[in-house]
Design a protein. Structure first.
Lengths: 358, 358
């Protein structure tokens, strides 16, 4: 086996070593049962215990109660949520409001437009999404909901706090869930694909206020209805058992560290990398300082023709996964929870020490 | 680790040992790359190679060509397909025809009814689905498509051959894909959830005729459009990477054995278990002989109060996963490809040797 890389992929992303080891072992034999994790029945007690513990950890990490919020594990990724939200909650007599902070926020809006009226409430497209849009000073009357993206992986911006919204707030937290303390109770619904912060690709965590679910469209097929999925306890049909188990292992690891420690370490990691970028004259970070993401550091070289040499230099230092999104080029390094301080320091050192002349 | 069980769960089901070992290893380190299978990028060359090889094996095992058929890996399970089929292909001016062979066939019909007119073309509900319904002698004019379920896990019936249909035929093959040789080219589209024959829960294989895709509803959001998913090569958004890899490992194992050997062994396994059932006076199989499934053997005890004793006896013989579906009770044993002749013999012996008096 190669030495473990300093891996900064933006998703599927690095996972804690204990999660990989737990998954690897459970696939051969789930807890000494003689049956693989891939074969345990989804309606049996072993999987129910996984669901129960995962729900408890999600609620604990978000500071929410099971009385008020339901926890769901769904398939289909973010794009599936982009469709389900308006299908369930966009009323024909009203519009949905979208905060346009970049690529994924826009994709959510475009999908919702298939299902009804949508309004862009604010946008930072004018500055190429290099900062977060300002929350609108006033809102249109009677919105069904407001959708936002808390962290923008491609543009490297992050919303430090959730707004207080007068209408139900839906938040895509795919890339920064459980990375800093947040007032999750400001959301009527939040969701996160697993493959950034939580576990294996193939499952999406959805947390929804129970009173919201009661107001959803009652005429959808069960497979598209949040309320029906909650009634079925995430096992309307066979869920992605092993992907959910990988999330449980990651949630346990988070719980052991505490949200306070995780946030502190995330701030330290980001500070290391941004400091190196701000000091090194060959590089720059295009993101406004007050919008910079702790999770995805986006950066460029002043001379794009030096990028390949920097990538090669990183490879020689065992650093991988920093190539920028195919739409934007440059670099981006994901500093999700599972990326260690040591990983971040290795990247910061590479940025500082890179000499384009050698 | 416990000794490996004789496991007859109907899904998530047993997988070949080589698949479990391959998954376990790849999760720690994908092919010596120093990166976990759970972290490899879904748009990188390593995952593209997985998709390419899996597509080639699927087409080879089905005897189809890439020119004529597209291979897709989707999320959401069978219930998701139940909705996508009418959303994409049920024209407003026409109806869809459904063959009612039991629970899942009915669930497909009920979901489709949300999207347009549907007709039950034939049904075996009159005999509690203990046989397959006869193909209708004549079909209504102008159907958009006909949907059928080739193998009925709950009722233990299986369609030995695919019908020649004058309109596009859509087949749910979740529980018997690649278990016997079939004329797959009779289908315009067939699909199978992974967790029975193919791999880990969380991915669904869809194979669709390219000329069919061109006729699909063009106004759906991409996430619900087969055509858009094909255009995106199964990576419209992050797919369930590790679940797809588990399918690749199983497909390789099938390819090594050949479909001929797999079919021969499946016939032998089923013959062993049905023979034991037909001989043992304490048990009976409620399924008509010409409809009996090679994949799911459904059986009952003549005296239901002896069932728990038989389950206990099986546990003592290391046999698990034979409890019947929650809707029907009794027993069912899945004899999917990964269940060995030795497993089937162990179950047949348990049936023969069970003495309710001890």
């Amino acid at each position: 086996m190669n030495p473990r890389k300093h891996y900064f992929g933006s998703g599927p992303a690095a996972l804690p070593q204990c999660v990989l080891e737990g998954m690897s072992e459970a696939i051969l034999d789930y807890k000494g049962s003689g049956i693989s994790l891939l074969s345990i029945p989804h309606r049996g007690p072993a999987f129910q215990a996984i669901l129960d513990e995962a729900q408890e950890l999600v609620l604990h990490l978000s500071g929410l109660s099971a009385d008020e919020y339901a926890v769901l594990w769904m398939q289909g990724g973010g794009r599936h949520q982009f469709a389900l939200l308006p299908m369930n909650f966009l009323k024909t007599s009203s519009a949905a409001g979208y905060i346009d902070s970049g690529h994924w926020a826009q994709a959510a809006l475009k999908t919702a437009q298939h299902y009804g009226a949508c309004q862009t409430l604010c946008s930072s497209s004018d500055n190429d999404y290099s900062s977060l849009p300002a929350w609108p000073p006033s809102l249109p009357e009677g919105l069904s909901y407001i959708h936002l993206t808390t962290n923008n992986t491609i543009y490297g911006t992050q919303m430090p706090e959730l707004p207080l919204s007068p209408v139900p707030l839906f938040a895509d937290m795919s890339s920064d869930i459980f990375s800093i303390k947040r007032a999750y109770s400001r959301c009527a619904l939040f969701y996160a694909v697993a493959q950034k912060q939580l576990g294996a690709a193939g499952v999406t965590l959805v947390v929804a206020r129970r009173t919201l679910l009661e107001q959803g469209n009652p005429s959808l097929p069960d497979v598209f209805s949040y309320a029906a999925q909650v009634r079925a306890g995430s096992v309307l049909n066979t869920p992605p058992v092993s992907a959910i188990y990988s999330c449980l292992l990651t949630l346990r690891w988070m719980q052991q560290q505490s949200m306070q420690t995780i946030e502190k370490q995330n701030r330290e990691k980001a500070a290391l990398v941004y400091a190196a970028l701000d000091e090194q004259p060959l590089f720059h970070c295009p993101v406004a300082k007050d919008s910079r993401s702790l999770m995805n550091v986006v950066f460029k070289m002043n001379h794009a023709e030096q990028e390949q040499a920097f990538l090669n230099y990183c490879t020689s230092k065992n650093i991988e996964g920093i190539r920028g999104h195919r739409l934007l080029g440059g670099f981006r390094a994901a500093l999700y929870n599972a990326v260690s301080l040591e990983d971040a320091a290795a990247l910061a050192n590479a940025i500082r020490q890179f000499n384009h002349k050698t």
